[in-house]
Design a protein around this ligand. Structure first.
Ligand SMILES: Nc1ncnc2c1ncn2[C@@H]1O[C@H](COP(=O)(O)OP(=O)(O)OP(=O)(O)O)[C@@H](O)[C@H]1O
Ligand SMILES: [Mg+2]
Length: 225
C-alpha cells in the first residue's frame, strides 16, 4: 500500500463525494425532513456539483489546493448550517496540509482533526448534541489511533470511515441540542442526524478514493512503496 496520498487522491475524494451525495440525496432530504427543513440533501448536492464543476475548470496541484477549492465553493453554494460548517472543515484541512504534495498518515490524521476542530469552532457542538460532530469526533479519534499505530493512509481513512458511520448511527436515539433539530427537543429522538449521516458518506468517499489509489485503480492517487 502507498505511504502517502497526493492531489489526485484529494480530487478523487471530492468527485466521489459528489457522486455519493447525489446518490443519497433523497435519503438526506428525508432525514432532514424528519428533524429539520428537508434541505440538507439538496444543499449538499448543489454544493458538491459546483465543486466538480470547479475541478473540471481548474487543476489544483496539491491536496491543500483541492481542499481550499472545496471550502470556497461549499461556503458560497451551500446555505444554512452545513455550508459554513463543511466549508470551514475543508479550509482548516487545507491550511493544515499547506503546500505538501504528499500526505502521510500523521499529516492526514492532523488534517482530519483540524477539520473537526473547525466545525467545533464554528458550531460549538459537543459529542452527544446530535450533530455532524458525532460522526467527526469518533472518526478523528480512530484516524489518530491508526496513524499512531503506524497504519498507512488508506487504513487511517478506512478506520475514520467506519467510526464515522458508527457515530452517525449513534445519533439515532439522541435529543438534538444544536441547530434546527433542537427546536423539536424530545421529538428529535428516533431519527438520524442528517449532517452526521452526510459526514459519514464524505469520510467513506475519502477511504474509497484512497483504497482505489492504493490498488492502482483509476487515476494514480497515491505514491510511495
Ligand atoms: N451548531 C452546529 N454544530 C455542528 N453541526 C451542526 C450545528 N448546527 C447544525 N449542524 C449540522 O447541520 C445539519 C443541518 O444542515 P442543513 O444543511 O440542513 O442546514 P439547516 O439546519 O437547514 O440550516 P438553516 O436552518 O440555517 O437553514 C445538522 O444535521 C447538523 O449535523
Ligand atoms: Mg436543513
Amino acid at each position: 500500500m502507498a505511504d502517502t496520498l497526493n492531489a489526485a487522491w484529494a480530487e478523487a475524494w471530492l468527485r466521489n463525494s459528489a457522486a455519493v451525495v447525489a446518490e443519497h440525496r433523497k435519503e438526506l432530504i428525508d432525514l432532514d425532513r424528519a428533524i429539520g427543513d428537508a434541505d440538507h440533501g439538496e444543499n449538499l448536492d448543489r454544493g458538491f456539483s459546483a465543486v466538480v464543476q470547479k475541478l473540471d475548470e481548474s487543476n489544483p496541484e496539491t491536496p491543500g489546493a483541492c481542499f481550499k477549492l472545496a471550502a470556497m465553493t461549499l461556503m458560497s453554494k451551500v446555505g444554512g448550517a452545513a455550508g459554513p460548517l463543511f466549508g470551514t472543515a475543508y479550509l482548516r484541512a487545507g491550511t493544515t496540509v499547506g503546500e505538501s504534495t504528499e500526505l502521510d498518515s500523521p499529516l492526514l490524521a492532523q488534517a482530519l482533526a483540524a477539520a473537526r476542530d473547525g466545525i467545533v469552532a464554528r458550531g460549538k457542538a459537543e459529542v452527544g448534541d446530535k450533530t455532524m460532530i458525532d460522526a467527526w469526533t469518533p472518526a478523528v479519534d480512530a484516524a489518530t489511533e491508526a496513524a499512531e499505530a503506524g497504519a498507512g493512509p488508506a487504513d487511517v481513512l478506512e478506520a475514520a470511515a467506519v467510526a464515522a458511520q458508527q457515530g452517525a448511527e449513534s445519533t439515532d436515539p439522541l435529543v438534538a441540542r444544536k441547530g434546527r433539530a433542537s427546536y423539536l427537543a424530545e421529538r428529535s429522538a428516533g431519527h438520524r442526524d442528517p449532517g452526521a449521516a452526510s459526514s459519514a458518506l464524505l469520510l467513506r468517499a475519502a477511504a474509497d478514493a484512497a483504497a482505489a489509489a492504493g490498488n492502482g485503480a483509476g487515476e494514480a492517487g497515491a505514491s510511495g512503496a
